[in-house]
Structures are given as structure tokens and as C-alpha cells.
Design a binder for this molecule. Structure first.
Ligand code: DC
Length: 232
């Protein structure tokens, strides 16, 4: 018998560890919605930068907080079926993928008022279930009652190698050392901030993909999904 009861799949993990690739694939295979919450924090950083409220050292938190309620974020599929993020009706999918915005995202994500607004929007997106969401606080804060919780990890060296390649392919000039330093800095900030730090919850399944191919990783995730939905 086919079981069509929808669940919430909550995926947390370090940056650049391939969470989104496997989350996206699972969502596509199961007809679920996929939400990349990192893209939402990146879009908030871009919003702050575009308005001159953030530079390399400072954030004008008063202005950002005043305008946080005016930020409209949504995802739309492009012609290839890939979900892209819109910030106040502008497609910012490419703009948010730079190292500069990644760093900015890591900084705005430490602000309580930013987190509260984005968590609220994410909970609305998942109200009907049938969703795969990835980020840093999905298993802990956004959907602590998700039916399937995953914690993804890989060594920082491996992640930096993969990320350097990805950025080079996009034409960004970066060095491995720079990317590694950026990843380690973000890991530290993500796990040590006072607002919703990245933690591994006791009931999350851990996938360490340092030595896994994308296919092996996908297989693990799909097996976990099947084992959870089978029992519903
Ligand atoms: O996954 P990513 O690299 O696109 O995320 C960008 C930043 O946003 C990252 O430094 C951590 C932060 N983030 C967060 O604090 N909470 C989330 N749910 C998702 C991302």
C-alpha cells in the first residue's frame, strides 16, 4: 500500500557540507517543497548591504530591525525546476552566493530579531508538512517535532576543497586557504553564538559525508526517509 502521509524533514549541519544537494534531491523525488534557510539569511545580509546598513566590521542593527518586517522572501522555480530566492520581488539567487554575502549572513544570523522573523516565515512554509528544510536550527528551533531529523557533517578540509572548486567553476577567484579560513570562522560563529547555535540533537540521525560520494549520501537519506514514512 502506498503511504502518502507527508512529513517534515529537518536537516541541520555545518556550512558547505552538501546538505542542500541531498535535501533538494529528496524533495524532488518525493514531491516535497524544499527550503534553503541559509539563502534566507544570505538575502537578509544582502538587504542590509544594499541599504548601506552593513560593512565589513559593523551592522546598523537599529535600521535593520526597523525594516526587518518589510523583507519579503519567497522561492520560485526557474525554467530548470531549480528553486531560486526572491528578495522583495528581485531574483537574488546569484548575488547571495558570494563569499562576502556568506560572511554577512553568518553575522546577521547572530541577531535575535532576524532569527525570530525568519523562523516565523519558515514555520508558515512548513505548516502543511511535505517539506524538506535545511539550515542550522531546523531540528532545534524551527521544527523540533519534525518526524525525521538529520545532522550532516564533514571535515572542514574536505568542505573547503569542495567549496573552492564550486566557486572557481563560477568564475570567482579564491584560494583554498581563504575558503578554509572562511569555513572555520563560520563554523565557530555558528556553533558558539548565543542565539540558536548549531547543535546536534539527540534524536537526529548523523550523516558524516567526508568519505561518501553524493550518491551514497543520498542513499542513506532516502533509506532513513523510507524507514520513517513506512511506520506512519
Ligand atoms: O547554509 P549557508 O552557508 O547558506 O548559510 C549562511 C549563513 O546563515 C551561515 O553562516 C549560518 C546562517 N544560518 C543560520 O544561522 N540558520 C539557518 N537556519 C541557516 C543558515
Amino acid at each position: 500500500m502506498i503511504n502518502d502521509k507527508k512529513i517534515i524533514v529537518a536537516i541541520d549541519g555545518f556550512s558547505s557540507c552538501g546538505k542542500s544537494t541531498m535535501a533538494k534531491r529528496l524533495a524532488a523525488e518525493k514531491g516535497y517543497i524544499y527550503v534553503d534557510t541559509g539563502a534566507m539569511y544570505r538575502a537578509v545580509a544582502l538587504f542590509a548591504m544594499q541599504n548601506g546598513w552593513m560593512n565589513e566590521t559593523e551592522i546598523n542593527t537599529a535600521e535593520l530591525e526597523k525594516h526587518i518586517g518589510t523583507i519579503k522572501l519567497y522561492f520560485r522555480k526557474n525554467a530548470d525546476g531549480k528553486a531560486e530566492i526572491y528578495l522583495n520581488d528581485e531574483n537574488v539567487e546569484n548575488k547571495i552566493r558570494s563569499l562576502e554575502v556568506a560572511n554577512g549572513a553568518s553575522r546577521v544570523s547572530t541577531l535575535g530579531f532576524v532569527r525570530r522573523e525568519l523562523v516565523r516565515q519558515q514555520q508558515v512554509m512548513g505548516a502543511e508538512k511535505g517539506i524538506v528544510m535545511d539550515g542550522r536550527d531546523i531540528t532545534t528551533v524551527v521544527f523540533p517535532n519534525a518526524e525525521l531529523k538529520i545532522f550532516v557533517t564533514a571535515s572542514s578540509q574536505i568542505r573547503a576543497l569542495r567549496r573552492t572548486k564550486e566557486l572557481e567553476e563560477k568564475g570567482e577567484k579564491v584560494s583554498f586557504r581563504e575558503v578554509l579560513a572562511n569555513i572555520e570562522e563560520r563554523d565557530y560563529r555558528d556553533t558558539h553564538r548565543s542565539e540558536s547555535p548549531l547543535v546536534q540533537v539527540a534524536d537526529a540521525f548523523v550523516i558524516d559525508n567526508s568519505d561518501l560520494t553524493p550518491e551514497e549520501q543520498q542513499q542513506k537519506l532516502n533509506l532513513l526517509f523510507e524507514s520513517i514514512t513506512k511506520g506512519l
